[in-house]
Structure formats: structure tokens, C-alpha cells
Design a protein around this ligand. Sequence first.
Ligand code: TYD
Ligand code: MG
Length: 455
Amino acid sequence: MKKTETVFICNECGHKSGKWLGKCPECGEWNSLVEERAQATRRGGGLRNGFQLREVTAVPFTEIEPQDDQRLASGVTEFDRVLGGGIVPGTLVLIGGDPGIGKSTLLLQVADKLSAAGTCVLYVSGEESERQIKLRGERLSVVAKNVFLLPETNLENIFREIERVKPGAIIVDSIQTVFSSAIESAPGSVSQVREVAHQFLLLAKNRGIPVFLIGHITKEGSIAGPKALEHIVDTVLYFEGERHHNHRIVRAVKNRYGAANEVGVFEMTGNGLMPVANPSQMFLQERPQNVAGSIVTACMEGTRPLLVEIQALVSSNKYGSGRRMTQGLDQNRVALLIAMLEKRAGLQLSGDDVFVNIAGGLEVDEPAADLGVVTAIASSFKSTTIDPHTAVFGEIGLTGEVRAAMQASVRAREAQALGFKKIVMPASNVPGLERLLGVRVVGVKSVDEALEELF
Ligand code: TYD
Ligand code: MG
């Protein structure tokens, strides 16, 4: 018998090492190497589980038929949107997120809608029994006739059932519970997760059916074996936001068939996740009127504009250097903007605590939010309110200049649609937008100019 070798694999990046190391030499992560048995070489090259890659020959580019019209609508509008306009047959989609955020709920709803449209769906669950899923389904008023539940974790058994049922779509809840008996490592380990994902990839491509893999995230916030999996799958969707809020945001972190960074917005209700048709309105719902430190900014999330409220609180700190805390924004970026405000606009913030957050638990990471951040801080610092019908956006450079933002007209029109009367934006973005109906568009070149205009 061949001696099995032990290797150490990094949980973060998949780096292999012959001996244990405290720090991964590849990604620099500490304590991420775990012991695994070396994988036996594949028998019969891709012939495992009876699935084989199609025999392919090179074809001229011009003869390849476009695939876009074949997208399958899941019937859950926001889910279709993050996928780039529906489900592409033969895709492998990974859906990650914190426990209890709604992954199983969303996919059961998708299964229900798909089956109502005539697709047979196999829901493989290694986490819950049929009874539990049935219970959740009753809450979601699932009526699906064509949804089959399979409480199984052995990959070979799952594939046998797939042969029998011949589903048109497959949901695996979750990939960490499924294991292949061809590999010795425990379920959830990097090599198991990678092998299982790979087998489902072959299945998806061979049969041309969509496969959805639900993935858990580690406490550090990444899907176990993330780098390895992200490369295998076509699309990575990620649940954002907190359990304490009612809304859930699903973001496409990677998408081979659509725009990355596209988001779908849902609201968690007693009857499951409901798509939110007008997210800007939802995020501005609880906005306080006429309070210092609050401003609305227009962000882009994928191809969609989103209006969000930025709040800032500046309070004096008697004990020397002030703290800078942020929620939903990059802390370093905000620190940089504060330094810029001190130097270029003469705001003495060095001894103050500055807190900045995005209302509603959203995360914003685009530079076009800079002008909003600066405005909110200045408003709180001066204890001066800004007219609630004003929205701002624009990137700010280190010298205090206001730089152009992408998709300015889309942002401006969203603000217009939600009844804003004045928009302060980069001067270079203004051409073409002067005549926005019912809105006064003000172009600014520097932070000084912007603050002058707003206060
Ligand atoms: P679930 O989909 O089980 O989370 P995950 O699979 O990501 O771990 O979601 C569970 C949470 O959602 C749970 O806290 C209850 C809540 N929920 C509702 O609020 N309404 C509903 O209709 C359902 C089914 C769940
Ligand atoms: Mg679940």
C-alpha cells in the first residue's frame, strides 16, 4: 500500500507546504495552515462519478452563438439582477454569508419560483432535515411541486440521485457539509471543498444546468478555502449587512456573466426575503430632518444608483488626540479626508473625536462618497444643518480639489427622482446636466467652494 503523505494547506489561499508553518509564505496569514492528507492522483482523468468533460475542438470565434437570450428568470427580481439579468444555464454560483443571514431562505424561494416556472429543482441539504426545510417552506408559502429535497452529504450518493431525478437546477446547502469518499480529509477542509466544487462544476458544464453552492464563512469573514473556490466558480454572491437590520444586501463579488459589484436589496419579513424595488427610498426612510451632521450622497452599486445618508458626529475630546471611528466606510479614507479638511479648509479637528457612518448598515467603498463624508463632518463641526433637499457626490483629492465621478448623470437623475432640489457635484461632471428638471445643479471645483455653497 502506498504511504499517504501529509501536507499542510493554507485555509486562506490554498498554499501547500510540506511542513507546518505559523505564517503562510504565500498570503502572509497567521495560523492558517491545516494538516491534510495528500490527494490521490485522479483515476481516469476526469472520469470520476461518471462525468467527463465533453470532447471539444477549437471553433472560430465568429461561429460561437451568443448565449445571452437563454437566461432563465428565477422570478425573484433582485436575485436575477445580481446575477446580471437571470440565471445562465450551466453556471456554478457560490453564495456566501454569515450564519442566519438568509442564504437558505433565499434559495428555497428561488427553488419555489423556478419550479413554478416548470423547472425541476433538487435541493441538497446537509444541514437540515426534510422536516426542517418543509417547516421553513410552509412559512415562505412554498407551493413547489417540482422541488425535491435530499438530505445527503456524500457526493457519490448525491450524484446518483441527480442521475435519477434529472433536475434542471441544483442547490447545495452547504458545500462545507458535502464530502467525496475519494478524498480522506474531513468535510469542510480545503481539499474536500475544492474537490466537491470541482465535481459540481463539471456537472454544471456537462449538463448545462445551474448549480448553486451555499458556503459558510469563517469568523474572519471569508468563505472557507476562499481563493480556491472563487477561481472555480463562475459567480460569487455575498450577503452583506447585519442581522440586526431588516434589509439584506446580496452583492456579486465576481461574475463571469454580468457586472461585478451589482447588488440586490431584500427585506427580511415574516414570509421570507422580499425584493426591494426602490432601495434609495428605503435607505432614506428614517432620515432625520434638519439635524447637523447628516447629508445624502449618491453612490453607484454596480449599475444601479443608490442614495444613502452619511452621518457624522464631531465631539471634543478632553484627553488629547481624538479618535476616528467609521461604520460602512473605510477608516483610512476618512482619516485622510479629516486631515485634508484641517489643512485645506481650516477646520480644527485634531483634538476632536470624529465618528462617521452610513445609515442603515450599508457599506460604501467608492471615492465618490468623499464629498458626502466631508460635508457631514463639516456640518457636525459647525453645528449647522444643511437643507434636507440637498444631495452631494464627488471624489476629493489630497489638495482639496473635487474630481469627477463616474456615471454622474445616473446619480443626478436618481436624486431628481427622489425629489431632491439641489445637487452639489464636481464641476467637470456638470456639462449636460444643467437642465435637470426641477433641480439646481451646482458644480464645484474644490472643497472650499463646496462648503461655501452648502453653508
Ligand atoms: P436562514 O435562511 O436559515 O439563514 P442561513 O441559511 O443563511 O443560515 O435564515 C434564518 C433567519 O431568517 C432566521 O433568523 C429567521 C429569519 N427568517 C425570517 O425572518 N423570516 C422568514 O420567513 C424565514 C424563513 C426566516
Ligand atoms: Mg442555512
